[in-house]
Write a protein that binds this ligand. Structure first.
Ligand SMILES: Cc1cc2nc3c(=O)[nH]c(=O)nc-3n(C[C@H](O)[C@H](O)[C@H](O)COP(=O)(O)OP(=O)(O)OC[C@H]3O[C@@H](n4cnc5c(N)ncnc54)[C@H](O)[C@@H]3O)c2cc1C
Length: 454
């Protein structure tokens, strides 16, 4: 309780200093400033603070996260990846870092207890793909040391999972501790608590309206509340992690960024089975439904038919609320500020309904179409690089060299959450000019680093 009051006082004081107090820039010169308190900026700030740095994390929203790529209570977190092993590393490294964060938060927590179960749900992760991926998939499962079961024909699918798949489809299920979903909202809160516990600061309602370099430091104009002008603070080193706004914010400081990082609209739709019908399902059916999520379905044979889906939460009727979206349903954006409130089209709702209903059929859940109810839906945004691999790299100086005083975290697309704390660790290491010797760490750092940016 005491600690909470102390934190609140600190935040108020800091907010006062930032919002009203500093006409003299040198009075507000910081060692490290992180811009953006979503998953990436918060992870970087926590990693920096836990390395002994004094950090100021600036977030334009209030302490309750209401918009941004990290919005929501569930993202798929998984160890298995057909293809590159770097995604597997990013997930397992993040799990380790979350455990480290929680252990730290629970030290002398005076009754407050932080739990890994609040961040990760451990559940089966299902993958559906076309049969021709089988050999490649098996090779990666062995390399990535995943616990799994796999059915590549309809008979085995019934035997193993009691589900119905067509001949041309293979279904794999992953069973690993802390694979299932990760909760971005709660993780952000935990990370902010970790930053503050280390004596660093998180400032909300602190929007950077302009960023520039002056000599050996950076200057940031912060918008005052109620649009009453702005004030300026300085920092020796910065991390820019403003999600879809990153390229815009970097502006002339990194002019090529706007063509490298592309914000895209994605829509999410939520459904639930009519509560009466859901509670009348046999226990085995309810269990099959639960085990069927989260799922990544790329078995349709077209990218447009692919979807991801998961149980976002259980509602007050104890009915699962199922979220569905499609990474290849994304579309370009005209106005980044307005896109968040864009309504879903009839076609988007239909696409979501059909894919959810057909998947429930595949799980042998016997309901009628009218039993599946639309709950809500919204537009969100993530930013993409051309290869869809994120960037965590030092900025580029005018002579084309890496500038380790500014780290950019961008293009996190639909894969950022599960690797968030590993990305944060790499951002922190770049800024502090540190490196780990582990070979996977080096592969990942190279793959998302300066050479790609270049
Ligand atoms: C629909 C969807 C589904 C996804 N599914 C998965 C999944 O299943 N698994 C997975 O691993 N990942 C998934 N992701 C990806 C993951 O959620 C993102 O990669 C991650 O949340 C990106 O975090 P971020 O911090 O980069 O961006 P954001 O969360 O957008 O954070 C940026 C922050 O910066 C703040 N900000 C912006 N401009 C300024 C400014 N000028 N001054 C101060 N603050 C500013 C914003 O308010 C925001 O809080 C999904 C993403 C989406 C959108």
């Amino acid at each position: 309780m005491k600690r909470n009051i102390f934190h609140s006082v600190c935040i108020c004081l800091l907010t006062l200093i930032i919002c009203f107090g500093c006409s003299d820039q040198e009075n507000s010169r910081h060692e490290v400033v992180v811009i953006g308190g979503g998953l990436m900026g918060s992870s970087a700030a926590w990693q920096l603070a836990s390395s002994g740095q004094e950090v100021l994390l600036l977030e334009k929203q209030d302490s309750v996260y209401k918009s941004g790529s990290s919005l929501g209570e569930a993202r798929i977190a998984r160890k298995s990846n057909r293809g590159s092993d770097m995604w597997s590393y990013l997930h397992t490294r993040t799990v380790d870092e979350v455990i480290r964060l929680i252990t730290y938060l629970n030290e002398d927590s005076q009754g407050l207890s932080y739990k890994i179960e609040d961040i990760y749900t451990t559940s089966t992760v299902s993958y559906l793909g076309r049969s021709h991926i089988y050999d490649r998939l098996m090779a990666s499962l062995i390399r990535q040391d995943v616990d799994y079961k796999i059915a590549s024909d309809p008979v085995t699918a019934v035997e193993l999972f009691d589900v119905t798949i067509p001949d041309s489809v293979v279904i794999q299920r992953e069973y690993n501790r802390h694979s299932g979903t990760i909760n971005p909202q709660r993780l952000i809160r935990y990370l902010h608590d970790g930053v503050r516990k280390h004596g660093s600061e998180v400032a909300y309602n602190a929007e950077v309206s302009h960023l520039r370099r002056e000599g050996d430091h950076f200057l940031m104009d912060l918008k005052k509340q109620d649009d009453a002008g702005s004030l300026t603070i300085a920092a020796n080193r910065i991390v820019v992690a403003a999600g879809p706004y990153t390229a815009q914010l970097l502006g002339t400081l990194q002019p090529k960024m706007e063509s490298l990082i592309n914000p895209q609209r994605v829509f999410l739709t939520f459904f639930k089975i009519n509560p009466e019908i859901y509670h009348s399902l046999a226990e085995a059916e309810q269990q099959r439904l639960e085990e069927g999520y989260p799922v990544i379905n790329s078995s349709a044979g077209t990218r447009m038919g692919s979807f991801f889906s998961m149980i976002e939460y259980y509602d007050e009727d104890e009915v699962p609320v199922i979220k569905i979206g499609g990474h290849f349903q994304r579309s370009p954006i005209d106005d980044l500020n307005k896109i968040w409130s864009k309504e879903l089209t009839k076609e988007e709702k239909e696409w979501s309904f059909n894919n959810t209903f057909n998947y429930l059929r595949l799980l042998n859940i016997q309901i009628d179409p009218s039993d599946l109810e639309y709950s809500h839906g919204y537009s969100c945004v993530y930013s993409l690089t051309e290869t869809e691999v994120p960037v965590v790299a030092p900025a580029m100086s005018v002579d084309g060299q890496p500038d380790p005083t500014m780290v950019i975290m961008a293009g996190m697309s639909g894969v950022g959450a599960k690797g968030s704390l590993a990305y944060g660790k790499i951002a922190s290491d770049i800024l502090l000019e540190r490196k780990e010797v582990d070979s996977m760490y080096q592969v990942v750092r190279q793959s998302i680093g300066f050479d790609r940016l270049k």
